[in-house]
Design a binder for this molecule. Sequence first.
Ligand SMILES: O=C(O)CCC(=O)C(=O)O
Ligand SMILES: [Fe+2]
Length: 236
Amino acid sequence: MNRDLTPARICSLPADAFYIPDFISEEEEALLLQKVGGAPRPRWTHLSRRRLQTWPSSLTKSNTLLDSSLPSWLITPIIEPRFHALGIFTDSPHKSPNHVLVNEYRPGQGIMPHEDGAAYYPIVATVSLGAPIVLDIYPKNDPAERRNPQFRILQERRSLLVTKERLYSDFLHGIAEVTRDEDLGAQSICNWGLLGDPGPFEVGSYARETRTSLTFRDVLKVAKMGKTLNFLGGPK
Ligand SMILES: O=C(O)CCC(=O)C(=O)O
Ligand SMILES: [Fe+2]
């Protein structure tokens, strides 16, 4: 599987991660940002260091997704045809993502080192919009190391990053709360050789601008609406 992803493999990482620059066009990026920005205000959850949209809905307390489809702007062209053509979710239970978190980070914002946990099949496919950002990868069982990431992945705008398996389960990931990503270069950025255009980063730093991520996932537990209706005493 994932034959077509092979050239995109980030070889210096211990387990599977893939990086594809220019995964979407500038027009597609503009349309996606318009859709995210045009979502009704209550769609946003305001967190202290970023804001978040959850599509099609938040998971229940037992990490269950109430079955409903993603909006079409999150399906075409990213999932269908591109993810399917690359076979990204072929091994996951629903063969396709059923849940998308949209995170928006202004300069100085980020996300603490964390793992995405057992609600999802261990694959995350992230499309970056608006501006580049560095994703830090930390060893999971070594709190002393957490101030120094073990790996750093530079995500250009319009790129795709796929992280899976051991990178998903044995490491933490986070985004530093900084106004400028520093220490950029071939030595410190593990996907440097895969960047679409390293030019803007060759000076070694890059000022943050608002960056939005679409993270596509497959939630393992899905409650079918039919069953929910039965449970509520609705028609069988
Ligand atoms: O914005 C990103 O690229 C990472 C987001 C993330 O880690 C999450 O939502 O769990
Ligand atoms: Fe995460």
